[in-house]
Design a protein around this ligand. Structure first.
Ligand SMILES: Nc1ncnc2c1ncn2[C@@H]1O[C@H](COP(=O)(O)OP(=O)(O)OP(=O)(O)O)[C@@H](O)[C@H]1O
Ligand SMILES: [Mg+2]
Length: 237
């Protein structure tokens, strides 16, 4: 990302420079309204910046048309509020694979294996409207990674979940990311969560990246007072 700016009533995001490295897990932290979701939506090509450029593997992203869509289909975005189809668990996980024209046998194999990995094999035929919040979010993540996206974008995927499900989902994300070399960008309000799962942390405040770097470096030796205040819980909004 270069010189990216997003303006609504006022400028809500300004990123001079940001590079994401393949296979890395990023944790985006920062107070409410800082611009975290906006950044995620720009990465996902859902939102167009008002200026600047988003590059993908060094090439500027197409502004529209099938090429932009093709790029978008290499990424998955999972929201805090799970959006599942009113269908079975199995069909939800299979959805992206069907849409991308995967062969039937491969769809079966991948969906079964994923349901096993997220601990939901027994619920394969259940309707998604009967699931608990934690189960639903596990289905959403299984669905998001089924086609092995290059980028997995997560916007507070464990907010509102109990500690057991949070741990499970963190495990699933890190395991899948490592196994399939998926680049993960996860927005979280929980700085402990960022510390647990991220390789790199990006701290955003008031629309700007204050500081980014290796997770332990940020937590043990933050370079700015605002970072120190935020990670120690002293920055209250
Ligand atoms: N579609 C929009 N129209 C107008 N303003 C918007 C729009 N989307 C976001 N904003 C504003 O941009 C700013 C950043 O919003 P954003 O959703 O990126 O914050 P966030 O860091 O994700 O916050 P939270 O932690 O509460 O989810 C906020 O002030 C928000 O009100
Ligand atoms: Mg947000």
């Amino acid at each position: 990302m270069q010189g990216v700016s997003k303006i609504y009533d006022q400028e809500v995001l300004r990123v001079e420079h940001l590079t994401l490295t393949k296979g890395c897990i990023y944790g985006i932290i920062g107070p409410s309204g800082a611009g975290k979701s906006t950044l995620l939506r720009i990465i996902n090509l859902l939102t167009r910046p008002d200026s600047g450029e988003v590059l993908y593997q060094g090439c500027p992203t197409p502004q529209n048309g099938p090429e932009r869509l093709a790029l978008q289909r290499k990424m998955s975005l999972v929201f805090q509020q799970t959006l599942l189809f009113k269908d079975s668990v199995w069909n939800n996980v299979a959805y992206g694979l069907k849409a991308r024209g995967f062969p039937k046998a491969e769809i079966r194999e991948r969906v079964n294996s994923l349901l096993e990995q997220v601990g939901l094999k027994k619920l394969a035929s259940r309707g998604t409207d009967t699931l608990s919040g934690g189960e639903a979010q596990r289905v959403a993540i299984a669905r998001a990674v089924a086609f092995e996206p290059e980028l997995l974008l997560l916007d507070e995927p464990t907010a509102n979940l109990d500690p057991g499900n949070i741990e499970l989902i963190e495990e699933i994300i890190t395991k899948l990311a490592r196994q399939k070399k998926i680049t993960v960008v996860m927005v979280t309000h929980n700085v402990f969560q960022a510390r647990r799962i991220a390789d790199q942390v990006i701290f955003i405040n008031q629309g700007q990246i204050v500081e980014s770097g290796a997770t332990e470096q940020i937590f043990q030796n933050p370079q700015f007072d605002t970072t120190a205040a935020y990670i120690s819980g002293r920055m209250v909004y």
